[in-house]
Write a protein that binds this ligand. Structure first.
Ligand SMILES: Cc1cc2nc3c(=O)[nH]c(=O)nc-3n(C[C@H](O)[C@H](O)[C@H](O)COP(=O)(O)O)c2cc1C
Length: 442
């Protein structure tokens, strides 16, 4: 079969999408505390034959700005994050084909708990579940779990490696044919086919076996988004789908090539691992309508204070020390590498001194990725170019506002991708591994 796009809907179980002003958009549904909201979006994406709907997560409110969460709460800068297990359960019950993915941290959850959660969801969904492995980001998350400061970057990945060893061993602790369920003899399962894992390592000690039999997919699908050298190495070893955040084609092509080489070097088939840039699509009936919509999303509804609260969190720098109109100084750049690279890029773009307000305005969204803005044809053209010139295997599509952005994409862009043979018209099988065309592990 010809190669086709992998499409993942990028979701947040809270009041905002990755656009910090999304909740203010006039047609945005504010039902993010209801199950109907999530099931409706799951069904929309399933109608569009998406591979998967996936939820990000953070385990704390943004609390670096002014040393407080007040501005994040006041301006709705991601103060709400629901637990994802229940959200996934609702979507699973309301859909029958689409994959469902959730983020769980290897730094703050124990491996037995995570292995059990995703194995359970994989059974209940008939093999449609994915886990986004993150090592978490900052001190605010640490402080919600009784730790003062977040573990060092590379050590987090060492811990994550051991975490994955434990989780996969637990998923494999029941053989596929362990269940007998013979009422006559009274034999429920074969004890020779259910094993303890007896893991004793640097970070974890787990006896096992898992209390959940082997799942429809064998192992749930693994997602990962490591950008650093250590992160990419981890992804090459473990991930089935890798999320990237490259804004331009050239950078993305290089990243794609290098990541695929790294996967091969780790002894895996590069075709079995999908590399997916996160992307923004704003589709309109005309080019002018799409551009006007994008302008609204980026400018009109993003409060600078919401952006600053998120930016402080991301760059681990307290912008409350400055006025919005303060010029970004060398001192500020020295305090955070993130400020330096952002300010240099902004100065090139604006052709003048950069202020704190400029940094905030630039950061309507915190994740980088290409922006496809235009008619359905124009958006499909750009996606096709990325897909066919060695930049990606598909996309993780962010929503400007919900559920409208996904409804418009499914109604307008998906038929165009299907017409070009770039995307499926029907699901090939029942499991997420079937959608991705990757084998069930033995
Ligand atoms: C599409 C996408 C989604 C992500 N989702 C999360 C998330 O939900 N939670 C989180 O803590 N980090 C998330 N990240 C951040 C990554 O896990 C990772 O920390 C980041 O890309 C930096 O890479 P590094 O840790 O190797 O430096 C996401 C990144 C991308 C590109």
């Amino acid at each position: 079969m010809t190669r086709q796009l992998t499409l993942v809907g990028f979701m947040q179980a809270g009041n905002v999408t990755v656009y910090s002003g999304s909740w203010r958009y006039p047609s945005a549904d504010l039902g993010f505390l209801t199950m109907d909201y999530y099931t409706r979006i799951g069904k929309v994406l399933e109608d569009g034959k998406f591979d998967c709907v996936f939820f990000d997560d953070r385990l704390a409110m943004p609390g670096v700005y002014g040393g407080s969460v007040a501005e994040a709460v006041r301006y709705g800068a991601r103060p709400v994050k629901l637990d994802l297990t229940a959200v996934l359960g609702g979507i699973i019950a309301a859909t029958s084909r689409i994959g469902v993915g959730a983020t769980y941290s290897t730094t703050y959850y124990p491996p037995f708990h995570v292995a059990r959660t995703f194995a359970t969801l994989d059974h209940l969904s008939g093999g449609r579940v994915a886990w986004n492995v993150v090592t978490s980001v900052n001190d605010s998350e640490a402080q919600n779990f009784g730790v003062d400061s977040h573990m060092d970057h590379d050590e987090r990945y060492d811990k994550a490696d051991e975490f994955l060893q434990v989780v996969t061993a637990l998923w494999d602790s029941w053989d596929d044919d362990a269940l007998i369920m013979d009422r006559e003899s009274g034999t429920f399962a074969d004890p020779a086919k259910v094993r303890e894992v007896n893991h004793k390592g640097r970070y974890f000690s787990v006896r096992g076996p898992l209390t959940v039999p082997r799942t429809p997919q064998g192992r749930p699908v693994i997602l990962q988004a490591g950008a650093s050298g250590r992160g990419r190495e981890f992804a090459a070893a473990w991930a089935d789908m890798i999320f990237t955040g490259d804004p331009g084609l050239e950078v993305a092509r290089q990243h794609y090539r290098e990541q695929k080489e790294q996967i091969a070097a780790a002894g895996r088939d590069p075709d079995d691992v999908k590399v997916l840039p996160m992307a923004y699509a704003v589709v309109g009936e005309t080019q002018a309508i799409a551009e006007e919509k994008e302008r609204l999303f980026l400018n009109a509804y993003v409060h600078p204070m919401a952006s600053l609260a998120l930016l402080s969190e991301l760059l681990n720098y307290d912008f409350a020390k400055h006025d919005l109109d303060d010029v970004v100084t060398g001192e500020m750049m020295a305090a955070s590498g993130g400020i330096r690279s952002l300010a240099i890029a902004q100065r090139q773009h604006l052709g003048r001194e950069v202020t704190v307000r400029d940094l905030a305005a630039h950061r309507a969204t915190l994740l980088q990725g290409p922006r496809f803005v235009g008619t359905a044809t124009a958006v499909a053209d750009q996606m096709e170019e990325w897909f066919t010139t060695g930049a990606c295997d598909g996309f993780v599509l962010a929503a400007t506002h919900l559920p409208g952005a996904f409804e418009e994409f499914v109604r307008m862009v998906v038929p165009e991708l299907q017409r070009r043979g770039l995307f499926r018209r029907e699901y090939a099988g029942p499991t997420l591994r079937d959608h991705l065309g990757i084998a069930r592990p033995r």
